[in-house]
Structures are given as structure tokens and as C-alpha cells.
Design a protein around this ligand. Structure first.
Ligand code: GRF
Length: 211
């Protein structure tokens, strides 16, 4: 059975959606760069080993990433899932896990990389917003796209309501992609995400009925 590690920084709702999805793999650790991340407690409650590595205790980004990589490697994972992990990773770290490092980002990339994606979407006036799961490369939020889910932007939306609608889709999309990887169907090949077999249509575009 393939082994995976989840990296978080906060609430951990995407982590919970992965842990509760009965994925065909074993979550061998949840690691946070913030000792007070709420997700650590909910991972521990599910019997998953948890570790906090406080980035503030390290003099440089390189030092933190080296400690993080040493911890991860101790679990010998096949897959590393960033789930609300709010740290920019060094190129060296990203390259070490190339092809087995995934992230979920709350926008339809390449639109709105970075932070405050829902505010960016509202300011731009887009009518569709959503989330993206991608392989991580050194380009911030710029790695090969694996899957996306879209939601409508409603006239009365604010950042909170839009974020909530996107989050529902995040929780459906990330476990689906993780499952593909753990089944050996998904790989990074020549700078593109390649999926063996068909993805269900719902995996490519999911627009729920507006409430
Ligand atoms: C999610 O919207 C994720 O896409 C973004 O940060 C948020 C984290 O939420 N990167 P959670 O910690 O998974 O609840």
C-alpha cells in the first residue's frame, strides 16, 4: 500500500477530507509548520502521527526546508500532499519531491495565484471561480494542472460565501486526485500531468446548483 504525508498550516479541512475518504493508501504522518494548527488535533483524533516543525525556529527558509525534508523522508512516503500549507518552499525542496508533491489552490489557475484568491476573483468580476489540484514545481502555484472544479460566482457573493462554495469543491476534488495517484494512474511526464484512463466528467468540471 502506498504511503502519504499531508502538510498543513491551519484548520485542516482539506486534510480531513483526505483522511475521511478511505483512500487506497496509508497516511503515515501529518506535519504542520505551525504548532497551534487546529488540524493537528483532528489528525491525532483519527490516529495519525502528527508532528509540528515551527518555521520560526529556523534562521532561513533553507534550514526549515531541510528539517522538513528530513522529517518527511523518515516516513518514506510515495506522495506528499500540501493541504493549506502556507509556506513558500525552496526550489531544492520542490525538486526533491518532484512528481510526488501535490497542492490544492483555491482558484482556477493560472488565474489568481498567491493569496486572497476569492477577493481577487470578486475584484476581477469573473463569473466562474473554483479550485485546482496541481503538481508542485518551483513556480509558485504554477505547476502542471491535474484537475479543476468550478463554481458560479453569484451577484450577492462576498469573500466568505464564495470561499465556502469553493471549499465544498476542494473537499471533493483533492481526495479524487489523491486516489488517482495512489492507484498509480497519475504521473508527471514531460512537464504535464498524465492520467491513465478516463477521469469521470465530474472530476473535470463540477458546478453545483446555486442555493
Ligand atoms: C484552502 O482553501 C486551500 O485551498 C488553501 O488554504 C485553505 C486551507 O484550508 N490553500 P484548510 O486548512 O484545508 O481547511
Amino acid at each position: 500500500m502506498k504511503r502519504y504525508v499531508i502538510l498543513i498550516s491551519g484548520r485542516g479541512s482539506n486534510m480531513e477530507s483526505l483522511l475521511d475518504a478511505s483512500l487506497p493508501g496509508e497516511c503515515v504522518a501529518v506535519i504542520s509548520n505551525k504548532p497551534d494548527a487546529a488540524g493537528l488535533a483532528s489528525a491525532a483524533a483519527r490516529g495519525i502521527p502528527t508532528v509540528a516543525i515551527d518555521h520560526k525556529q529556523f534562521a532561513s527558509r533553507e534550514d526549515f526546508d531541510a528539517a522538513l525534508a528530513a522529517e518527511i523522508d523518515g516516513y518514506a512516503p510515495d506522495l506528499v500532499l500540501l493541504a493549506g500549507f502556507m509556506r513558500i518552499l525552496t526550489d531544492g525542496f520542490v525538486r526533491r519531491y518532484e512528481g510526488r508533491l501535490l497542492n490544492i489552490h483555491p482558484s482556477l489557475l493560472p488565474l489568481f495565484p498567491g493569496v486572497k484568491t476569492h477577493a481577487q476573483a470578486l475584484a476581477a468580476g469573473v463569473r466562474l471561480h473554483g479550485c485546482t489540484v496541481h503538481f508542485v514545481t518551483p513556480a509558485l502555484d504554477g505547476g502542471p494542472i491535474i484537475a479543476q472544479a468550478a463554481v458560479p460566482v453569484l451577484a450577492r457573493d462576498n469573500e466568505v460565501t464564495l470561499a465556502a462554495r469553493v471549499l465544498i469543491e476542494e473537499h471533493a476534488l483533492y481526495p479524487r486526485v489523491a486516489q488517482w495517484y495512489l492507484e498509480g494512474r497519475l504521473r508527471l511526464d514531460g512537464g504535464r500531468a498524465v492520467l491513465d484512463g478516463e477521469a469521470p466528467a465530474a472530476g473535470a468540471l463540477h458546478v453545483p446548483a446555486p442555493d
